[in-house]
Design a protein around this ligand. Structure first.
Ligand code: APR
Length: 168
């Protein structure tokens, strides 16, 4: 748990090796954290994303971060919540896991996640937090590569949920 950090704030302001974007399958930007990241990174981010040919749910792709303070952006696509009976939980876990795998492949040591799928995609926040924390803890238990994984929460509800689950 010592390599996990909880932070309430704007992920576009974080000085880490990679911030993770909760994107959609087009990777061409949107609202929420996706919109904030594209606004802060500048138009070259969308140009770079346009060459990636989209991203499947649960998968992850990487670009540099342009005007953002982080070095890279890992774009992942979380599931849209449809009640939890069509694999959404596993897809959300895959989004976290594949982002970590991709970050390690690029020899990145610090990474920050937003609360993937808990906004527009309407994934229940408590369940999403449990999946996020479990997936990250399992990865860190097996692998000492990362120096720090930050859960960057934005809203008070998520912050309280993560504080309770992380006992911080
Ligand atoms: N920094 C950190 N977290 C943020 C920020 C920010 N600047 N802005 C929003 N968030 C939080 C939201 O409060 C929410 O908890 O990110 C979480 C994810 O919400 P969304 O951004 O709506 O992402 P998601 O639910 O995964 O839906 C993805 O929304 O923006 C579109 O293009 C995106 O179609 C995709 C869909």
């Amino acid at each position: 748990m010592d390599r996990i950090q909880l932070l309430q704030g704007d992920i576009t302001e974080m000085h880490v090796d990679a911030i993770v974007n909760a994107a959609n399958r087009s990777l061409l930007g949107g609202g929420g954290v996706d919109g904030a990241i594209h606004r802060a990174a500048g138009p070259k981010l969308k140009e770079a994303c346009a060459k990636l040919n989209g991203c499947e749910t649960g998968q992850a792709k990487i670009t540099t971060a342009y005007r953002l303070p982080s070095r890279y952006v890992i774009h992942t696509v979380g599931p849209v919540w449809h009640g939890g009976e069509i694999g959404e939980k596993q897809q959300l876990a895959s989004a976290y896991q594949n982002s970590l795998i991709l970050a390690k492949e690029h020899k990145l040591k610090t990474i920050a996640f937003p609360n993937i799928s808990t906004g527009v995609y309407a994934f229940p926040k408590e369940l999403a937090a449990k999946i996020a924390i479990q997936t990250v803890l399992e990865f860190l238990d097996d692998d000492d590569w990362f120096e720090e994984v930050t859960f960057c929460v934005y809203d008070d509800e998520n912050y309280k949920i993560y504080q309770d689950l992380l006992n911080v």
